[in-house]
Design a protein around this ligand. Structure first.
Ligand code: SAM
Length: 283
């Protein structure tokens, strides 16, 4: 386990992933009934953008900093307000220094009836993660294998909620693990919303992953991809993807609006693009 998210926190992929997370949670808030968020690969929860890791190649400058400094439309501002509110609250002095990881962002968006389970396998990172939620009865932060949690913690007792699976992609089999993990979790909790993150690098590998998702037979599967530049040969990371199973019915339209406006901000060289499509869309 060599991956350290501190090197990448707040980059373009985090911004898009966390905006999607926010839009899903905002939709869950429309009903009073409690929901649970399960964050299987939670990371440390809070990132210092002035740390030596974040400064080494400051990816956050082309991500969250670019977004915060950009001129934005009223429509975009309305949709990303809950996300930016959390960032502004963490940086009350007005200087961007702290960036929330997915579990802290989810926690900030929860109401008193909602719950979060966050699992992280790296022992030191799990200690840091737990430190942000000490004494918080709405949160369980656990040192645990997220792939195990993905099945063992399903279904949540609230029977409503979001499962975020955001593995580090250090191993070549992680696309297959994502598809098979989803299949097994969905068997236990078929009405939940699932958000699965993946890197866009090798297009052939992604096509295999998409075929695997199609073959699960799961019927509501939305694919959201954003590229900062065109594919290269040999393949290198050029975009970020999110699979959303059982998305809120509003998400497709919202993300079309959001990504159209984020494109010139997060891919300023004019070589980016985005695509939102259904792998399967049937009731
Ligand atoms: N979800 C986080 C966020 O958005 O702020 C970032 C997560 S980062 C991409 C992936 C994390 O997964 C790393 O902190 C890594 O230590 C952790 N990890 C790696 N393998 C794991 C496993 N099998 N179970 C749980 N966590 C794991």
């Amino acid at each position: 386990m060599n991956y350290r998210h501190a090197f990448h926190a707040g980059n373009f992929a985090d911004v898009i992933k966390h905006i999607i997370l926010t839009r899903i949670i905002c939709y869950l808030q429309k009903k009073d009934k409690a929901f649970r968020v399960l964050d299987t690969h939670a990371g440390i929860g809070l990132y210092d953008l002035t740390s030596s890791e974040a400064q080494r190649s400051p990816e956050w400058k082309q991500g969250i900093q670019a977004l915060m400094n950009a001129k934005r439309s009223t429509e975009l501002n309305a949709l990303i307000k809950p996300y930016l509110d959390v960032i502004n609250e963490l940086n009350a002095s007005g200087t961007l220094k702290l960036y929330p990881g997915s579990p802290l962002l989810a926690r900030k968006l929860m109401r008193s009836q909602d719950r979060l389970t966050a699992t992280e396998l790296h022992p030191k990172d799990a200690v840091t993660l737990k430190s942000h939620f000490e004494g918080d009865i709405q949160v369980k932060a656990i040192e645990l294998d997220g792939w195990q949690a993905l099945v063992a913690h399903m279904p949540p007792k609230e029977k409503r909620g979001l499962v975020l699976v955001d593995p580090p992609f250090e191993k070549p089999d992680e696309y297959t693990r994502l598809a098979s993990g989803l299949f097994r979790a969905h068997k236990r909790f078929s009405t939940g919303t699932y958000a699965l993150w993946y890197p866009i690098k090798d297009l052939a590998q992604i096509q295999t992953f998409v075929d695997q998702l199609y073959n699960t037979g799961i019927k509501k599967v939305l694919r959201i991809e954003f590229n900062t530049h065109q594919p290269t040969n040999p393949p290198s990371l050029h975009g970020t993807g999110m699979i959303v199973v059982n998305p809120p019915f509003t998400l497709e339209e919202e993300m079309n609006l959001i990504l159209a406006e984020l494109e010139p901000i997060l891919a300023p060289e004019g070589k980016g693009g985005f695509n939102i499509s259904w792998i399967y869309n049937e009731d």
